[in-house]
Design a protein around this ligand. Structure first.
Ligand code: TYM
Length: 343
């Protein structure tokens, strides 16, 4: 491996994943799924349903299979073409768990103990959490680096996990003296929709685990439910301002304007230019129409894909074959670098 270049010089490759652990919401759609479809046109892409990540908290085995299909259906409904991008579920590709073990021996406990998502999920109860939940970001690094992926489209909440993936890649390259062996994957977070907030609290992330269903728009909501949630969304008594600066202390306003901008593919400022001076009585119906207009076709398509579970399973199996074919030679190289007999 003495001729390995100092910087990674392999091809660009995109990897991302979504957990099959509950209904998808507008944040998942804007922060991740919408970007997936765009990126497949000029990149080699792998989009994984991360069922191994889902079992870091208890899952009902019967539901897990169904939820895995739901995420696959959502990928397709958002425009991912399984003939172009590789769509599969994580547990079908054994390399994820193998590489996660190698990375467990590279990552440091101190790095993991700084992960804010674990602290948020575990709360005061961290001693009772699974080891898997603590180790979750190491598996995430393995997901990406199993394919030497260079770009990772995600929402802003994944930023810290992506930094850890970069640290693990750099430490592996350094410890085993193989500069440039793994790329340092770039998070692709920028752009509207990277951080969609709760409709009930502009300072909290829109999340699957929020006990209030009114805090989020689910991809499976009916048009009436979507419109009702937007109309009930927290706002304030002011009007839509003229400049972005004037939204600084108005998180709910910022969020609703941001959702409009992300769905309409325009800037926040363009939304302000259109609605400045109007109250929420006028803005919310326009936003509700836009949400229904953009999400209902996705919901309808998702339902259509879900009505043929066998076809979804075929797509996941075929994707896994392609993913395995990419991963195996990389795993072979990794085993050699580590020095395993038989590698
Ligand atoms: P997960 O399943 O929680 O979320 C899936 C994607 O949705 C994004 N997202 C949001 N974006 C904007 N606003 C929000 N309110 C919002 N909520 C969620 C997430 O950032 C994510 O992109 N750890 C990951 C799954 C994963 C992964 C990976 C991602 C496992 N391995 C490798 C990338 C690469 C997760 O739990 O996402």
């Amino acid at each position: 491996m003495n001729d390995t270049p100092i910087h990674y010089s392999g091809p660009e490759r995109v990897f991302s994943g979504v957990q099959p652990s509950g209904a998808l919401h507008l944040g998942n759609y804007l922060g991740a799924l919408k970007k997936f479809a765009v990126m497949q046109h000029d990149h080699e892409c792998l989009y994984c349903v991360v069922d191994l990540h889902a079992i870091t908290v208890p899952q009902d085995p019967k539901l897990l299979k169904q939820q895995t299909r739901e995420i696959a259906a959502a990928y397709l409904a958002a425009g991912v073409d399984p003939k172009k991008a590789i769509v599969y579920n994580q547990s079908r590709v054994r390399g994820h768990t193998e590489l996660a073990w190698y990375f467990n021996c590279v990552a440091r406990i101190g790095w993991l103990s700084r992960m804010t998502q674990f602290k948020d999920k575990a709360g005061k109860n961290s001693e009772a959490m699974s080891v898997g939940l603590y180790d979750y970001p190491v598996l995430q690094a393995a997901d990406i680096l199993l394919f030497k992926a260079t770009h990772v489209p995600v929402g802003e909440d994944q930023k810290q996990h992506l930094e850890l993936s970069r640290d693990i890649a750099a430490k592996f390259n350094n410890d085993f003296k193989v500069p440039g062996f793994f790329p340092l994957p770039e998070p692709m977070i920028k752009g509207p929709g990277a951080r969609i907030m709760s409709l009930r609290d502009g300072k909290a992330k829109m999340s699957k685990s929020d006990p209030s269903d009114n805090s989020r728009i689910n991809l499976t909501d009916t048009p009436e439910q979507m419109a009702k949630k937007i109309k009930k969304a927290k706002s304030d008594a002011g009007v839509i301002p003229e400049t972005e600066k004037e939204m600084d202390d108005r998180p709910e306003v910022q969020n609703l304007v941001g959702i409009y901008a992300a769905l309409a593919d325009i800037s926040d400022q363009a939304v302000l230019d259109e609605f400045a001076g109007q109250g929420f009585g006028a803005f919310k119906p326009a936003l509700a129409d836009l949400v229904v207009d953009k999400l209902q076709p996705v919901s309808d398509l998702m339902r259509r894909y879900l009505s043929d579970p066998e076809e979804l399973d075929r797509i996941l199996a075929a994707g896994a074959d392609r993913a395995n074919a990419l991963a195996e030679p990389i795993l072979g190289d990794i085993r050699k670098v580590i020095g395993f007999s038989g590698a």
